[in-house]
Design a protein around this ligand. Structure first.
Ligand code: GDP
Length: 440
């Protein structure tokens, strides 16, 4: 995401790179380019103007110390201003109330239902909440079924009322149901329309008035560019929502919506959706997003993802095994699964400073691990623990069982042996991730 904007901004800063100091003229020139880059990234023109005016006044007021080059100083000013524009601090979700009631709003297809499932999953696993998902779309039976399917995947109950066409009643009954069943989080998914529509607005407003949610969230597809900003404004005028969820930031979006919405509706972006899978949900961190826009990577988020995926105890056990040269195919499989838990590979790689742009057009196949997994799963327990017994006929059997071919099996075993040798040489290695890199 944002690659185009990062590239454009980088080019604008080049103007300043050769300059000894910041002057009215070179700043004006740089900012003209920055403004164009923002507009091209679909940033609202008023927001872009306000942004560059702000950057200009900050830049001109700076005493350039000799140690800092004007280009670098400009990057810093633009970075801070981008972060400020996107809300500054990371916004929190209000989880008070028993049950906490969270109401979803947004157009059809924005990702409301998917996000409802993602949020339930996140709050259940990270905060021990007991969620109830409520289907208030009384027009599209398919939407109710979709919520049921999601709920089943994350093992969360769903509240529906077949035949009841009154969403306000359904929402109220759902909250009673939650109280009676000691469920402490009620997430209400409402009906969307393809475009802003009076009846839809009235309906959500009526639900809001009746259930008084702690949070009303507006879900919007970031791929819709300027439309996202206009829709946000209309929903906010009617619902006075508490926060924004930007979905589909994994797609080929120009990112302008993230920059503009906050300024236009003065409501914080609270979450971003980065994929169709239920774990593809992140809190929105303005400063990190600014890093990403400027191509500085997002190493903090990457480290956090790794911390979440890695279990301390397991990591220590792994170190012990490596030290004793007992690392086997079971451990190897576990490592692969942990990396997959961290999410989409390209998304992960793009968080590394400088890498995002470099791999923009490269296809990284998340299925690359599937073949390796299949091979290991076709090994017997004995073979996994003692890879040295895997002879020619065993290799043939494994290839057949895993639907791969003998060359692939040979390659994996060879890589595994080399990695083991390497591990033996560097026993005491602290970071299992570093090992994996040697194996791919
Ligand atoms: P709703 O009509 O607002 O409830 O939207 P849905 O939840 O049904 O989502 C519409 C489509 O967008 C579905 O195909 C989802 O899988 C997809 N979707 C939702 N969130 C994301 C996301 O963050 N990234 C991607 N790539 N797809 C998403």
């Amino acid at each position: 995401m944002f690659e185009n904007l990062s590239e454009r901004l980088e080019r604008s800063f080049k103007i300043l790179k050769g300059e000894g100091k910041i002057t009215e003229i070179n700043v004006a020139e740089t900012l003209k380019d920055v403004r164009r880059a923002l507009l091209e990234a679909d940033v609202n023109f008023k927001v872009a103007k306000q942004f560059t005016d702000e950057v200009k006044s900050k830049a001109m007021g700076q005493n350039v110390i000799n140690a800092i080059k004007p280009g670098e100083l400009m990057v810093k000013i633009v970075h801070d201003e981008l972060a400020r524009l996107m809300g500054g601090e990371t916004a929190q979700v209000n989880l008070s109330g028993n049950p906490t009631v969270i109401l979803m709003s947004g157009l059809q297809g924005s990702g409301k239902t998917t996000f409802s499932g993602k949020l339930a999953r996140k709050l259940k696993s990270e905060q021990g909440k007991r969620p109830l998902l409520v289907a208030c779309d009384v027009y599209r039976p398919a939407a109710i079924d979709q919520l049921k399917v999601l709920a089943e995947q994350i093992n969360v109950p769903v509240y529906t009322e077949d035949g009841n066409k009154n969403p306000v009643e359904i929402a109220e009954n759902a909250i009673r149901h939650a109280k009676a069943n000691h469920l402490d989080l009620v997430i209400i998914d409402t009906a969307g329309r393809l475009a802003v529509d009076e009846q839809m607005m009235q309906e959500i407003a009526a639900i809001k008035k009746a259930v008084k949610p702690q949070e009303t969230l507006f879900v919007v597809d970031s791929m819709t560019g300027q439309d996202a900003v206009n829709t946000a404004k209309e929903f906010n005028d009617r619902l006075d929502f508490d926060g924004v969820v930007l979905t589909k930031l994994d797609g080929d979006t120009r990112g302008g919506a993230a920059l503009s919405i906050r300024t236009v509706v003065t409501k914080p972006i609270k979450f971003v959706g980065t994929g169709e899978k239920l774990d593809a949900l992140d809190l929105f961190h303005p400063s990190r997003m600014a890093d990403r826009i400027l191509g500085m990577g997002d190493i903090v988020s990457l480290v956090e993802k790794a911390q979440n995926a890695y279990d301390e105890k397991q990591a220590r056990e792994l170190q012990r095994k490596i030290a004793k040269n007992q690392f086997n195919f079971n451990d190897f499989l576990q490592q692969i699964q942990q990396i997959q838990k961290m999410g989409n590979l390209k998304e992960l790689a793009s968080m590394i400073p400088g890498v995002g742009k470099a791999i923009k057009d490269v296809d990284i196949d998340d299925n690359a691990f599937k073949g390796i997994e299949a091979i290991i799963r076709s090994m017997t327990e004995q073979e996994r623990q003692h890879p040295e017994i895997i002879n020619g006929s065993r290799r043939k059997r494994i290839a057949k069982g895993s639907g791969t071919d003998i060359q692939e099996v040979n390659r994996l075993i060879k890589q595994f042996e080399e990695a083991r040798k390497m591990m033996k040489a560097v026993t005491g290695i602290k970071n299992p991730m570093a090992l994996m890199r040697g194996m791919k």
